[in-house]
Design a protein around this ligand. Structure first.
Ligand SMILES: [Zn+2]
Length: 87
């Protein structure tokens, strides 16, 4: 008898912190950019991610806005450049 164990596991990772005035609360607050995806696992080993969604969440009010992967990359780049300015 041979069993193949496979499944999915949710994965959330923060990719950047940006700062702008939130559309929801109107406060200039840090915004967490993160991506959510599901990982396909085989024998509990994560093999690949699928269904990746990008979003930004306000640290003040918690409102979440979906982003395209392009917008998410722009946010990461913005955060990197900003980090360099302060270094
Ligand atoms: Zn907000």
């Amino acid at each position: 008898m041979f069993f193949v164990l496979f499944g999915t596991r949710p994965s959330v990772s923060e990719t950047a912190i940006v700062r702008f005035v939130c559309h929801f609360c109107g406060i200039d607050a840090p915004q967490r950019v993160f991506k959510r995806s599901a990982r396909f696992t085989l024998f509990f080993v994560p093999l690949f991610s699928f269904g990746t969604k990008h979003a930004v969440a306000c640290t003040n009010c918690g409102a979440t806005t979906e982003l395209t992967s392009h917008q998410s990359r722009d946010a990461e780049r913005w955060a990197e450049n900003r980090g360099a300015e302060h270094a």
